[in-house]
Ligand binder design. Structure first.
Ligand code: SAM
Length: 248
């Protein structure tokens, strides 16, 4: 059976998987996941309803079948850190995550769920080296730095780190990265801007070493738009926007 590519990549309005990651970044996650060797892990910090999880699983399946682990506290986090907290913590959100993963064909062989905080789970990680770390959890600089510091010892030598919402000045993603991923050791940075709203969402891709100089390291890209139904609304720093039906 495997992961259902049609379901994961469905992007028609009203049919796409609920989530907060734009298509350009989902596609990049798929490609990066496909490049992770079988003996390395793919780890996602902040899964919400599983949109990006599906793309990571699909990419892994198309590549070397690296295992994907999703870390999120869902309803365990009760401090209201984000305007979206009521949605993040609602029981229906975790149910939606589980439902989406079941529908697309995730199994225990391909996917593990760790319900907890990114930094705590990272501190206890005993799995294989991580080839791809996708961060889309708490976007404050302090949280990003703490999460990265916890996972840094587990990253493979050629690991790739992707951080979502890196282009949003309301968040501290880039500041958190600079606190932990030393530019000398992690020289490659690529910023993917969301061309519909260059100061919302977006992702920063960080690589440890310049293995293939000239592939766009340090570039600032505005990928083709992917979210045609977002209209003129500005959902705010981390609100879901109209691509998430029913306020999900
Ligand atoms: C922006 S959403 C993630 C969106 C998701 N990547 C997608 O594909 O739609 C942020 C998620 O981070 C989770 N979160 C909050 N604090 C966290 C933490 N300390 N560690 C891990 N996840 C956290 C929230 O529960 C929420 O589900």
């Amino acid at each position: 059976m495997g992961i259902d590519a049609g379901l994961v990549t469905e992007w028609r309005r009203g049919r796409r998987a609920a989530g907060l990651v734009e298509l350009a970044v989902c596609r990049r996650l798929r490609a990066l996941a496909a490049g992770v060797p079988a003996d390395q892990a793919i780890v996602e910090l902040g899964a919400f309803k599983g949109r990006a999880t599906g793309w990571l699983l699909l990419g892994a399946q198309e590549g070397h079948r690296a295992h994907v682990t999703s870390v999120d506290p869902w309803g365990l986090r009760k401090d209201g850190y984000s305007s979206m907290s009521p949605t993040y913590t609602a029981p229906a959100t975790y149910a939606a995550f589980k439902g989406h993963l079941a529908r697309i064909g995730a199994t225990k062989d391909t996917h593990t769920v760790k319900r907890g905080y990114a930094a705590s789970v990272g501190a206890k990680w005993s799995g294989p080296p991580i080839g791809l770390l996708f961060h889309d959890a708490d976007h404050s600089a302090e949280a990003v730095a703490a999460d990265l510091a916890a996972w840094l010892p587990h990253l493979a030598e050629d690991a790739v780190v992707v951080l979502h919402d890196a282009c949003d000045p309301n968040h501290g993603v880039q500041a958190g990265v600079e606190q932990v991923l030393d530019a000398g050791q992690w020289p490659e940075r690529e910023l993917i801007r969301w061309n519909r709203r260059p100061h919302r969402r977006g992702a920063l891709i960080v690589k440890r070493a310049v293995a293939d100089a000239g592939d766009g390291g340090g570039a600032v890209l505005a990928e083709s738009d992917d979210d045609p139904d977002r209209g003129g609304l500005d959902p705010g720093a981390d609100a879901p926007g109209p691509d998430v039906p029913g306020g999900q």
